[in-house]
Design a protein around this ligand. Sequence first.
Ligand code: CA
Ligand code: CA
Ligand code: CA
Ligand code: CA
Length: 328
Amino acid sequence: MYTIQEELSPGTVVANMIAEDPDDEGFTSRLLYSFTTVNKYFMINTLTGTIHVANRLDRDAHELRQNPKISLEVLVKDRPQGGQENRAQITFIVEDINDNPATCSRFTFSIMVPERAANGTLLLDLNKSCFDNDSEAPNNKFNFTTPSGVGSNSRFLQDPAGSGKIVLIGDLDYENPSNLAFGNKYSMIIQVQDVAPPYYKNDIYIYILTSPENEFPLIFDRPSYVFNVSEVSSAPDHLPNPEEKCVFSICVVCAFCHHLGLHVASGFPGVLDHHVGQSHPQILHLQAQEGQEISETIQMNSVFDGEAVDPGKISAKSFVLVGKMNIR
Ligand SMILES: [Ca+2]
Ligand SMILES: [Ca+2]
Ligand SMILES: [Ca+2]
Ligand SMILES: [Ca+2]
């Protein structure tokens, strides 16, 4: 049984088969050697019995990865007349060496993280993308170096150390000035490294981008506005606008809007006609809504035919206006 390393160069001598012919005592034996087993990895010198490497012995691929044992039978015959022969078994065990660096399916990762992600959130597990093709431990074991990157140390941690698991530990608040200073982008370099000599390494680049969240409700600057609109007015270019501060973009499909003559598509109220419908509201509650965030309600009293309407006699309806409040 011979133990040899993988990846020996073709031609390397790995064994010597020596047979003797008692008939030739006192003379140099004249014997012929050969393999009876078909194999691609070794060849034998017919005259000397020396076994050489014939082809690449890669312990990490193909059949040698499954089974590193190669058994061969050597046949020796005497010559020139012949007539006598013998056979011997020889077995090679091909040993793994650390000839493959730890590597990854890709070396650049870009991750988008919401600004309100909780501390302790696992952002990236590099183990899922990295591997080492060597066939045996410790040659196929690897770990990860401490990540480095400006601004990253206080926000991200490899936990546990060496594991390749990148965890959020800091504040990613999009509006935080110190985060704004980094442009809400952080870059890190980490290396995947073999644990066995010669400690091959590969650089991995990680980019973490913060995505802003819609975390604040819209705010009107006053809880109530009063607009006086005559029913005979033609459609204005824009809502009467106290203090010229706010406009409302109205883009809701509103079942009651026709009672008010609101031109929904245009986003601005048109002529208010109090003769349309029985229960046309005089008091319009406006809510600005964006996503699920609902703002305060404001109230718009309309005045028809020059007379203020008693709100107590009117069946007021509420409308939810989905859209944006633009502050001028
Ligand atoms: Ca190999
Ligand atoms: Ca390796
Ligand atoms: Ca190997
Ligand atoms: Ca924020």
